[in-house]
Design a protein around this ligand. Structure first.
Ligand SMILES: Cc1cc2nc3c(=O)[nH]c(=O)nc-3n(C[C@H](O)[C@H](O)[C@H](O)COP(=O)(O)O)c2cc1C
Length: 211
């Protein structure tokens, strides 16, 4: 396969153009719907698609928050108390998730804006989203400031200390993607459903570490 590719040096193009290349190419992205709480007890809920699972032992996830002045509520709250919950976004709550991405004043609860229900967590203070079938209670491990520039971001790494999941979508801890019905984010305003699914068996070459 031969492509006549264009070579783009990030330093030679507007930040917004390179951003479009990034978010249009790294697709589909999972969406962390992150609940946090401020030191005065105000609840916050916002979606982040620069998100992934990064470690199994201990289970850990990360997501990235773009710089803004003042800082986005999510990272401000996590800096205050080091706790958050990642809720998985499904087709059923896609519109509520989108509502929660509005730039509301600090102190406005996106639970109230969206009508989603806060359920008490077991270990951390921020609540779980009842309408999300999988919730991961997390404790902050590290914040990595990737860049302090205006369009820079900080990566939040969290240890997953509890996972709540709907048993009707799982068989012996294996989540059925057709029952979960997670959505993914594409570039621009695009989203995908996780229903165009196929499987591939990995090659069975003996590996030194047995993995
Ligand atoms: C699907 C989706 C994904 C998003 N991903 C990110 C992201 O990865 N990083 C980010 O900083 N903002 C992201 N946003 C924007 C934030 O959700 C938005 O700035 C929100 O207002 C932040 O809320 P907060 O100030 O309550 O933390 C995303 C928005 C949507 C709808």
């Amino acid at each position: 396969m031969a492509f006549a590719k264009i070579s783009a040096d990030p330093a030679a193009h507007p930040v917004a153009s390179i951003y479009k290349l990034l978010i249009g190419s790294v697709v589909p992205r999972p969406i962390a719907f992150v609940s946090t709480i401020s030191k005065t007890g105000a609840l916050n809920l916002a979606p982040f698609s620069f998100f992934n699972a990064i470690c199994s032992e201990p289970p850990a996830i990360c997501f990235s928050v773009a710089n803004r002045t003042p800082a986005k509520d999510t990272i401000a709250n996590i800096r205050e108390n080091g706790e958050f919950v990642v809720n998985i976004v499904t087709e059923a709550i896609a519109e509520q998730m989108n509502l929660c991405s509005g730039d509301y004043a600090r102190g406005v609860s996106e639970f109230e804006v969206s009508g989603l229900t806060p359920d008490p967590s077991e270990i951390v203070r921020p609540p779980c989203v009842r309408e999300s079938p999988v919730n991961m209670e997390c404790k902050l491990m590290q914040i990595v400031e990737v860049s302090a520039k205006p369009s820079g971001a900080s990566l939040i790494i969290g240890e997953v200390v509890r996972i709540h999941f709907d048993p009707t979508i799982a068989d012996n801890f294996r989540i059925d993607p057709f029952k979960l019905r997670a959505i993914g984010r594409m570039g621009g305003a695009g989203y995908v459903r996780a229903s165009d699914y196929f499987e591939m068996i990995r090659p069975r070459i003996p590996l030194k570490r047995g993995d």
